[in-house]
Design a protein around this ligand. Sequence first.
Ligand code: BUP
Length: 458
Amino acid sequence: MQSDQPHVALLPSAGMGHLTPFLRLATLLVRQHCRVTLVTTHPTVSLSESRLVSQFLSAFPQVTQLPFHLLPLDRSTANSTDPFYLQFETIRRSAHLLSPLLATLSPPLHALISDVSLISSVIPVTETLHLPYYLLFTSSARMFAFFSFFPTFASKAGDDPATFGDVKIPGCTPITRSSFPPSLLIPDNLFGKIFKDDGREVNKLNGFLVNTFEGLEAETLEALNGGKVLKGLPSVFPVGPFPPFEFERGDCGDQLKWLDDQPAGSVVYVSFGSRTAMSRDQIREVGDGLITSGCRFLWVVKDKKVDKEEEEGLDEVVGLELMERMKAKGLVVKKWVDQPQILGHSSVGGFVSHCGWNSVIEAAWHGVPILAWPQIGDQKINAELVKASGLGMWVTSWGWAEEVVVKGDEIGERIREMMGSELLRGQAARIREEARKAFGDGGSVGITFKQLIEEWKA
Ligand code: BUP
């Protein structure tokens, strides 16, 4: 470790979609010879989170772990049933405990990088410690523009979700009300409250790191850094694409072996991320759709929001008869898979995805076209971008998970369309090239990290 390199603490919040990019960022910082402290919250919501933290810490013994034991949350005072949003709130209400923990670190910190849902609770900590404060925004730059503009937009609409219309963010393609995260349209919802409280404070931070790159989000990055979205907004650093790293590798031998036996580009990979609890009816329509498509497929089934609650097997969740019918062309699993390795396999030619941002970046990294099917949260805003960038297609009429059950025939038809599209394949390949160029020697990732490190050392 070079003694003049900065010491940076990372504070992720909850869920694999947040933890994964934090650990990828930590890896990149270690590679840049930074000293890294990882704040690990206890307890975590899911088993996958604790497993990934252990894998990371074993791979990087030079990283300091700072355990952060959370205070119990009185749930009657937090208006949500979502275990991940409740965890955000638990961390927020425990944040004051961080000051003494961070103050004892040696050598002293040069910066703290936290997750998005923690901003207004972490500001008092960084102010007390006179610590530069950065955010790793774990979604797209487009979603970040929406997040930073939202308080201005909402206050003009009298802070009443019933009156919210489409939002025209200066310099960005407009976002329709139907793409807003549904929780923002529920009055007094916990997520909406955090979103607005944090959004109001963005100008107090030192900067924002986003796992994106010019080749994917040039227009929005220009609007953000050109002062169009919000006057006085601190710099937005496009530090992506974050590639997947060795420490994340999971046991996926069975799936890779199966993929090895399939022709190049013939398999559609289907996953709706780590937080989607799909209904039984919809799961069965997806199964029918996969059969109807005539394509080979690898499908990750999930019917609970949190992995600890996944008790039933595939035969119960999908149904024996459907499982039998799917055997000829597909592999169906109900467990954590190594998605980056699957997407990187030459037999995978398309991805039916919920458009969680990490999944989008992983598809871009491997040049795999996406059929977007957003389920919750920021995913429609990401899906708009997937479509606009050419990385994939999106059937907007499919709606949010809880709104409608999409029929198998239609799913099958759209999968066939994506898998047969030369145009999408070409566009995804071009985006892959852009992603590799950004990450490669002399690319924007290295330049941006250099800039950040100089800023931290100053
Ligand atoms: Br499920 C699953 N294996 O089986 P997103 C997910 N992943 O490697 P999300 C696996 O988890 P939010 C599995 O590669 C990605 O890195 C996947 O993050 C990995 O969506 C990560 O794509 C999931 O951002 O989170 O989980 O819905 O909505 O918070 O972004």
